[in-house]
Design a protein around this ligand. Structure first.
Ligand code: ADP
Ligand code: ZN
Length: 733
């Protein structure tokens, strides 16, 4: 038999499509595309009666597959091509996090890019900071709200809560300039560049990472520095080196909206920067992506998905606040951006820098095992001592006040002082609304969501009850829906009530509330924080949003109400989170010249997570907590996998979970299988939920377990029941 010559064979491509299951599907490449199509390209393909988009994974001349009629690739977006190193990372991620390649690609490449949104020219708004003309009151407010550094039009509109039309008016008045992207380099930034002499600690950190950079060595570093110790300066100076060497830098943050100061510092320092945030239009997003791919951007700042910025030559990855849970994506692909950053840096042969004042136990463990190198910043360059927090036992407080007290006298006294001294305070309570529970004093019935196993929260301003899980809301009932008596009462404290109480207890105290509710009403955190920063209020009351990397020099008092609340959650990381929250918030006080005070309220004042955070004893906490994790077989001493079954029929969900559970048990081979059983939140958004947790000796053995599940035929799809596989889960309820 004569074998055909390779050049006579058709050109065949494997294309990854955003569907669960298979990694790729086979298509023929039309000869018109033969010379141009490459792996990583975005193409349009027919799929049944539909037309879908996908990415070319491989392309070669080979015998067409038999058994089905191969179809042609029908379109090609020449401007969207993933670099090979990114494709390799995504392939690794799809395998590790157990989704299809196409699903992972869909999570890594923004939809407007995949769908070929027409690029929109980026328009920048620059504030003329020397402007001294007159504006209307409304215009002036917009102008005040604009950031100093040139900002994308869409971002400027978002931050200043305004429209293009208003900005055009401001431009006519000479208060701002509106330019297109080409001219950006001509916009002279004000000379606000940071040119500090490094502290010795900073110098050591920079030199150590620089050595790895110069040697082209892949190495993870853990930059452990207290808040205000100058980590950001280390990031920026290292970034400058990488950029000077013609490579690109990735700076990941847990939250962009909550860190406007950092974004501004980056922009002031570097020219070719992209700050990726959710406020972009589709066209802007598409344009940014293409610029990054074309090597026109030196540094990308963004949240977890920015890890997939298509840089041609990444030189350094920085993960700020590496302990933050928002690096974990809670929908497919369920990756952890910090963990993937480590893998990516290894594949690329470049250093990766994880920064935190309160590193995750995983990272501390890795450092102790010698896998990460620790760089410490123990001192604040501007001086400013870490405040010694005051821990208040609310059991004693209630006793002394002879009532169920919610705010301690210490905090009130100090708030009065803050007010008198013209300083500012932040008070944190990690629960929004007025009261988290509404129940009937006659029959004991508690209002709960009809779609979830969750009690409804009372919001007084809106006079509504809301489910914080699914968003369902309704008017606050006048009578108990169970017994019809008008005896509904609210229990517990949320930020709305706390803000009201503080304003009532401290004469003249003006309070600004920052939580998901006020952020939605007032269009953005940035505006609220800017208002607080410019002195619009004495006291900021908020949920954990206020704990993030903010820097208010006038804040001298921080209060944490119900600091032990998180400890009772069914989550093996509960203690770690509580410790980090208290330690981080405590770091917000005393960042300026004036010393700070921190008042921590709790009922369980003996909890090690609180004690150690308050006494600045991170090592004691970490040692004790790691010991517990080891003893009970949790990360970092174990690899976890969570299976979650959900569906409308409770009976079906249970049936499928138990059936799948049998298979899981069959292939357990030394792994511990907890469940399947009903999830802690057993009913959510009209879905009944069962789950199982697999504890393996390591991440490697957890992967081997999943391979055995696949080898045993996998978990068969059953109608009406969805199964989610979560590798290294963070949510376990
Ligand atoms: P972190 O990121 O660790 O919270 P920052 O980088 O924000 O800390 O630094 C805190 C403050 O100290 C900033 O105002 C910064 O400009 C200043 N700073 C940092 N390094 C130095 C230095 N070497 N000399 C003087 N000031 C510094
Ligand atoms: Zn609900």
């Amino acid at each position: 038999m004569n074998l055909p010559r390779v050049s006579d064979l058709p050109l065949i491509a494997d294309v990854a499509i955003d569907l669960p299951g298979r990694d790729s599907y086979t298509y023929r490449v039309p000869e018109t595309l033969a010379g141009t199509l490459k792996p990583g390209d975005c193409v349009g393909v027919p799929f049944g009666p539909r037309r879908l988009r996908g990415f070319v994974i491989t392309i070669e001349r080979r015998e067409p597959p038999t058994g089905f009629t191969i179809r042609d690739i029908v379109s090609h977006q020449p401007e969207v091509r993933l670099p090979p190193h990114l494709l390799r990372l995504i392939a690794w991620g799809a395998r590790y996090y157990r989704c299809s390649l196409g699903e992972f690609l869909a999570g890594a490449v923004p939809a407007p890019v995949r769908e070929g949104a027409a690029p929109e020219r980026l328009v920048l708004v620059a504030k003329v900071t020397s402007f001294s003309g007159t504006l209307s009151k409304r215009q002036q407010a917009v102008w005040n709200a604009l950031p100093d550094a040139p900002t994308l039009l869409s971002e400027a509109c978002r931050v200043a809560a305004t429209t293009r039309a208003t900005l055009d008016k401001l431009a006519e008045a000479g208060a701002v300039t509106i330019t297109d992207d080409q001219q950006v380099r001509e916009i002279r930034l004000e000379a606000r560049q940071e040119r500090h002499a490094h502290t010795d600690e900073q110098q050591v950190a920079i030199d150590t990472v620089a050595q790895a950079l110069d040697a082209g060595r892949s190495q993870p570093f853990l930059l452990h520095g207290v808040t205000g110790s100058g980590k950001t300066l280390v990031y920026l100076d290292l970034a400058a080196r990488v950029i000077a060497a013609g490579k690109q830098v990735l700076l990941l943050l847990p939250e962009i909206a909550l860190t406007p100061q950092l974004a501004a510092r980056v922009r002031n320092r570097f020219e070719r920067v992209a700050v990726l945030h959710s406020g972009f239009t589709d066209g802007e997003r598409a344009d940014q992506w293409r610029k990054v791919a074309a090597g026109q951007i030196d540094l990308v700042v963004g949240t977890r998905s920015a890890l997939f910025a298509p840089f041609p030559r990444p030189g350094l990855i920085i993960v700020d606040e590496e302990h933050e849970q928002s690096y974990k994506q809670e929908s497919v692909p369920r990756y952890h951006a910090r963990d993937l950053a480590i893998v990516y840096a290894g594949q690329l042969g470049i250093p990766v820098l994880l920064g935190s004042a309160t590193p995750s136990l995983e990272s501390v463990h890795n450092a102790r095992q010698g896998r990460y190198r620790v760089l410490s910043l123990k001192n604040r360059p501007l001086g400013g001592k870490l405040p010694a927090p005051i821990l208040i036992d609310m059991r004693e407080e209630c006793h002394a006040q002879k009532r169920t007290a919610t705010i301690c006298r210490e905090l009130l006294t100090r708030l009065k002082q803050v007010k008198e001294n013209g300083e500012q305070a932040i008070v944190l309570l990690n629960r929004r609304g007025w009261s988290p529970v509404v129940s009937c004093q006659s029959c004991g019935h508690t209002l709960s969501c009809t779609s979830c196993d969750i009690s409804l929260t009372y919001h007084r301003g809106a006079e509504k009850v809301k489910c914080h899980y699914c968003g369902t809301e309704g008017p606050m009932p006048r009578k108990c829906p169970a017994c019809s008596q008008p005896t509904l009462s609210t229990f517990g404290l949320g930020t709305e009530q706390l803000a009201t109480q503080l304003a009532a207890e401290v004469p003249g105290l003006s309070v600004l509330r920052v939580d998901a509710d006020t952020v939605a009403e007032r269009q953005g955190h940035a505006k609220l924080f800017q208002a607080f920063s410019s002195g619009a209020a004495d006291c900021l009351v908020g949920t954990q949003m206020v704990a993030k990397g903010l820097d208010f020099p006038r804040v001298t008092l921080v209060g944490i109400v119900a600091a032990d609340r998180g400890l009772s959650l069914p989550d093996f990381r509960a203690a770690e989170r509580t410790f980090q929250l208290v330690a981080q918030v405590a770091g917000r006080a005393g960042r300026g010249e004036r010393p700070g005070t921190v008042v921590v309220q709790a009922f369980d004042t003996e909890a090690p997570a609180l004690r150690c955070a308050v006494d600045h004893m991170p090592k004691t906490f970490v040692d004790a907590e790691l010991k517990l994790r080891e003893q009970y077989g949790y990360p970092p001493y174990a690899g976890l996998i969570r299976f979650l079954w959900s569906g409308e029929s409770a009976a079906n969900v249970q049936l499928v979970a138990l059936k799948h559970g049998e298979l899981l048990t069959r292939v357990a081979d030394g792994c511990v299988i907890l469940g399947p059983n009903p999830a802690a939140v057993a009913f959510l958004k009209d879905q009944h939920r069962w789950h199982a947790l697999i504890k393996a000796g390591s991440r490697g053995t957890a992967q081997a377990f999943l391979d055995r599940v696949d080898a045993a035929g996998g978990l068969k799809k059953e109608k009406g029941v969805h199964v989610a596989i979560d590798v290294d889960p963070y949510q376990t309820s």
